[in-house]
Design a protein around this ligand. Structure first.
Ligand SMILES: [Zn+2]
Ligand SMILES: [Zn+2]
Length: 175
């Protein structure tokens, strides 16, 4: 938090409250890296993506480094693909380019349902719905998995397998 406050100090001129002054870029040469890292933490994602694409256009070394980080090529087919995926089963991030193991992914095949016995004094008319993201997080024991009767929203899973990268099609299907 202290770092974020420092970032604001950089862009505000002390004289700015006397008169409306446009904020202009001063000399960035002596700014410690911590400020840049703090700015990376707080910049809106869409702006960050836009800046990265601009740098890819303008800086060949940056383009090469980012290619290494974000893209992988399949050995056999030479097909290029995004290196970082979200698993369609466990919803965790994983590196597509890493060696895959038979038991790397633990997940449920069914859906999470409300265990009404655990919500004994809960009246949806005054307390609101039982099945909310907030309740799943703060009261995991109030839910069970209908595939295996596994108790708790945080139950690790009843199936074991490999991560499966989520595609735009599977994402749409889930929503
Ligand atoms: Zn299950
Ligand atoms: Zn997975």
């Amino acid at each position: 938090m202290a770092e974020a406050a420092d970032v604001i100090d950089l862009t505000l001129d002390d004289s700015s409250d006397e008169e409306e002054q446009p904020v202009v870029h001063g000399n960035l040469n002596d700014v410690p890296r911590a400020h840049l890292l703090a700015a990376i933490d707080t910049v809106p994602e869409s702006r960050l993506r836009q800046i990265i694409k601009k740098l890819v256009d303008e800086e060949p070394a940056f383009e090469r480094a980012l290619l290494d980080e974000l893209v992988t090529v399949k050995k056999r087919t030479h097909e290029a693909m995004s290196r970082w995926g979200i698993c369609d089963n466990c919803e965790e991030e994983f590196d597509v380019s890493e060696l895959h193991y038979e038991d790397e992914c633990t997940y449920h095949t069914g859906d999470l349902e409300v265990d009404v016995d655990q919500f004994a004094d809960h009246d949806e008319r005054c307390h609101g719905p039982m099945d909310t993201e907030e309740n799943r997080r703060s009261f995991p024991q109030g839910f069970y998995w209908n595939c295996c009767e596994g108790q708790g929203a945080d139950h690790p899973g009843c199936e074991v397998g490999q991560h499966v990268p989520r595609t735009p099609e599977t994402k749409r299907r889930r929503i």
